[in-house]
Design a protein around this ligand. Structure first.
Ligand code: SF4
Length: 97
């Protein structure tokens, strides 16, 4: 395993699905591309990861996470969070029914 792994998160954040992460053992920097650089290797690995959906939900739940998670960038996660908030606001209230 080379260097820091994107899933080396504080113990209190660690969850079982991370043991099945396809990115384990690969260089961490693949998930942290420099500005303007494409994360081709990370995206390829994420594409076939067996815990991609768990990873995506985890990354969406924590705004402090950087880099590529579940094949998505920080900008894509921000956009997804906005979409979810908008959808949530548009949902009719269940109060008083
Ligand atoms: S989806 Fe990508 S970042 Fe997430 S655990 Fe799998 S390989 Fe790692």
């Amino acid at each position: 395993m080379g260097g820091r792994n994107p899933h080396k998160v504080p113990a209190e954040m660690n969850v079982a699905w991370m043991t099945k992460a396809a990115c384990r053992g690969f260089p961490t920097e693949w998930w942290f591309p420099e500005r303007g650089e494409r994360a081709t290797k990370a995206l390829f690995i994420c594409e076939a990861c067996p815990v991609r959906e768990q990873c995506r939900q985890f990354a969406l739940s924590d705004t402090a996470l950087h880099g590529i998670w579940a094949g998505g960038t920080e900008a894509q996660r921000r956009s997804e969070r906005r979409r979810r908030r908008k959808k949530e606001r548009a949902r009719p209230s269940q109060e008083g029914t």
